[in-house]
Design a protein around this ligand. Sequence first.
Ligand code: ZN
Length: 315
Amino acid sequence: MTKHTAGIHHITAFVRNPQDTVDFYAGVLGLRLIKQTINFDAPEVYHLYLGNELGSPGTIITFFPWAHSRKGRIGGGQVGITTYVVPAGTLDFWAERLRKFAIAFERTERFGEAYLQFEDKDGLKLEIVAREEGPQSQWSFGGVPAEKAVKGFGGAILYSTAPARTAHLLEHVMGLSRVGQEGAYTRFKSTGDLGNVIDLNVTPMGYGIGGSGTVHHIAWRAQDDADHAQWRSHVEQNGFQPTPIVDRQYFNAIYFREEGGILFEIATDPPGFARDEEPEHLGEKLMLPAWFEANRPQIVENLEPFEVRVLKEDQ
Ligand code: ZN
């Protein structure tokens, strides 16, 4: 059986502060907060989702903000850099915007493409690339009009403790195509038009340390529940140990750790974030799954309030 993922579904990272995180990803990068809920495995911690207007697969970054988190260290077994893609011709707009917010960035180049690389407040490494490919976001916020908005993920750079094993997995299990080699990077492409360019650093790296400023896992797309079940047996037949299917409310998930140490998830495209809120009101209220509703007052009491706001630089 050959299977091909369309690309990245979402990326989940650890941070410390919900207000700082929303200010950075909504206030500076112009993403939409499409869901605020809690970590279903740790209800004292938010789970915040930011993406395009509907939180389409390939656009979703999710955060567990936890004030007492230790500082992580980026290294092997992690997504090293998360790549955002903006419309062709808008990279200078983004460089100017980063300057406006006093965010230090570096211009780099890979595979003939220009990148702006920078960090969020917790040290999570990000980059922006401009491409024709991928639908335009319909969301505008603060100083970011929809026609210049982040479309979603361009992809990611993976740091592996066993790059040859990770490369084999990407190509032969996840169904990506190996499309290039340049310096320390092997480039893979998936079939979708967002979250579809994966650069693997082929230098084996020592393990990073999980904590704030690091990615916890990268999730790949499955089309629907039937495809998801197939993915689970496919992964298992290839020698990995996926978890049972877990209901994450907005998608179903399985998880497995690949041989280079990176935690992979496979998540279904449906049902998506409009299953419990109207599309025009996504992310405005704290949403809890039914099994937590009875404890809402205590849960809310433990969470630090925050707001989605236009930052002073944009006023
Ligand atoms: Zn996930």
